[in-house]
Design a protein around this ligand. Structure first.
Ligand code: NAP
Length: 496
């Protein structure tokens, strides 16, 4: 159970503590933030509302710890990460329980998230040992006008203090996708977890504590993003920000100082379906891509662009599968569970109402109880409807009928997002041409968009992000190149 057994140190009374200097502490604010269970809509847990002074102290300790960590041999850093991964997997049950209660993630998927996170940490350790263990050797005479008098040695050095801010939908996985690369590269890390998902993150951080990482190297400050977020992201002690979330990321990128930014933001992933597509395969992928975790995924299919000639057949196949989705609480492993908050449910409802008023065809009856919204396919959606462009982050999915491939590409590229997209066709030549024309960070051919496997590059164009994730890219992003140039008194040619 959450907060018991090896985790008993992380809670006092009914409030979970924050983590700094290798210890679990209560905030001097005396205030806490409630985490509302999306299913019961009552307070499930409470976390500390950390103060600005506490943030200052955390970053100070983080700076000191990083200096020592950067001198720790790479193999030793990797060893500790492997240990943390094993401890995390060993304690998957209580962490998954938190995910069920905090974000209403189906029970089995919650366990999968924790196990995948352990694997991600181990992969970071292995990849780090490989890519950080080598640098470059350059000679000067390849550039015009130079003799071979300069030898340049490059290596990758850490940035310092990395601030990690993940979103609610994969709080553990998207936290470790920042923590693993940061630590193996020799940085220290300050985590600000999402409020919904904070308790799962605190348990995850305790697994790093149990693994024996040096004091101060990892910290976790809790509190509402709207209250401590700006203070953290604009803090002069922070040397890198890795953020995943919604439009908040755009605001952060405008306010942050001159530090490297890794931003993974929203998406409106299009699914383009051509006449020759295998419609059963498409329907299965639309269900998986559009409705898993109730559509609360950055890479969820968020608009279907289907050729008119096969639209009726596809809609029928998708509807047959929607009818089989199990709707209910996450504890029962339902396919569709309550969305994260009442405001989120209200937003989704607003999009459905707007589409109704403008004439979309509702393939199912709109139904909502509390935060639970039944899956809904909206056919005959037109570009003047909000749902054609906005990210619902819920179980409602628009279908736009198109008369040409160009129309589909045009709709995809007119979006301010550019995360992923997918194409269904048996013609690989057409698929490649369409993929090249789509302004998105990734295009999947004959499968729904997806963020994994976690070592694949993952990036968004336009308002969907800055930089690229994926384990290798994240490690590289959290380092800087350092050069040392040896200047020789006279040209020296190997074997010359
Ligand atoms: P969000 O509202 O942007 O919140 C993300 C994180 O930012 C949370 O930890 C939040 O803390 C924090 N935050 C809020 N205000 C802040 C501020 N002023 N400064 C710093 N941090 C602040 O996003 P969300 O609702 O959790 O997640 C859904 C969004 O994430 C969707 O748009 C989805 O597409 C996107 N997403 C993108 C990816 C990707 O890789 N591209 C992956 C997953 C999700 P609090 O919870 O305390 O407010």
């Amino acid at each position: 159970m959450a907060g018991t057994g090896v985790f008993e140190d992380i809670i006092e009374g009914e409030v979970f503590k924050y983590y700094t200097d290798g210890e679990w502490k209560k905030s001097a604010s005396g205030k806490s933030v409630a985490i509302i269970n999306p299913t019961t809509r009552t307070t499930q847990y409470k976390v500390q509302a950390c103060t600005q002074e506490e943030v200052n102290k955390v970053i100070e300790s983080s700076k000191i710890a990083q200096k020592q960590w950067a001198k720790t041999p790479l193999w030793k850093r990797a060893e500790l990460l492997h240990k943390a991964a094993a401890i995390l997997k060993e304690h998957k049950a209580p962490i998954a329980e938190c995910l069920v209660k905090e974000i209403a993630k189906p029970a089995k998927d919650s366990v999968t998230e924790v196990v995948r996170s352990g694997d991600l940490i181990s992969y970071c350790a292995e990849e780090g040992v490989r890519i950080l263990g080598e640098g470059k050797f350059l000679v000067s005479d390849s550039f015009p006008g130079n003799e071979r008098t300069k030898y340049c040695l490059t290596s990758k050095i850490p940035l310092g203090v990395v601030l990690a801010i993940p979103p609610f939908n994969y709080p553990v996985n998207l936290a470790v996708s920042k923590i693993g690369p940061a630590l193996i590269a020799g940085n220290s890390l300050v985590l600000k977890p999402p409020t919904q998902g904070a308790v799962a993150c605190l348990h995850m951080v305790h697994c790093f504590h149990l693994a024996g990482f040096p004091t101060g190297l990892i910290s976790c400050v809790t509190g509402k993003g709207s209250e401590i977020g700006d203070f953290l992201t604009m803090h002069p002690g922070v040397n890198c920000i890795s953020f995943t979330g919604g439009d908040t990321g755009i605001a952060i990128s405008k306010k942050a100082g001159m530090v490297p930014l890794q931003m993974e933001l929203g998406g409106k992933d299009a699914c383009i379906v051509l006449e020759d597509a295998d419609l059963d395969l498409v329907a299965a992928n639309i269900i998986k891509g559009g409705f898993s975790y109730s559509g609360q995924r950055c890479t969820a299919v968020k608009v279907i662009l289907v050729m008119e000639s096969v639209a009726d057949a596809l809609v029928e196949k998708v509807n047959a599968r929607v009818a089989k989705l199990k709707v209910g609480p996450p504890e029962e492993d339902s396919d569709i569970t309550p969305v994260v908050s009442e405001s989120s449910a209200n937003f989704i409802e607003g999009l459905a109402k707007d589409a109704k008023e403008k004439g979309a065809t509702f393939c199912q009856e709109y139904k909502r109880e509390g935060n639970l919204i039944w899956p809904l396919l909206l056919d005959n959606v037109r570009p003047d409807m909000r749902i054609a462009w906005e990210e619902p982050f819920g179980p409602i999915l628009p279908v736009i009928r198109i008369n040409s491939v160009e129309e589909g590409i045009h709709h995809c590229n007119a979006s301010n997002f550019g995360l992923q997209g997918c194409i269904f066709t048996k013609d690989i030549n057409k698929a490649i041409l369409i993929s090249d024309a789509m302004e998105t960070g990734t295009v999947q051919i004959n499968s729904a968009p997806a963020r994994g496997p976690d070592h694949f590059p993952f990036q968004g164009l336009k308002d969907s992000g800055i930089g690229s994730q994926g384990i290798t890219n994240s490690i590289n992003m959290m380092t800087k190149i350092k050069s040392t140039v040896i200047n020789l008194p006279s040209p020296s040619y190997t074997m010359g």
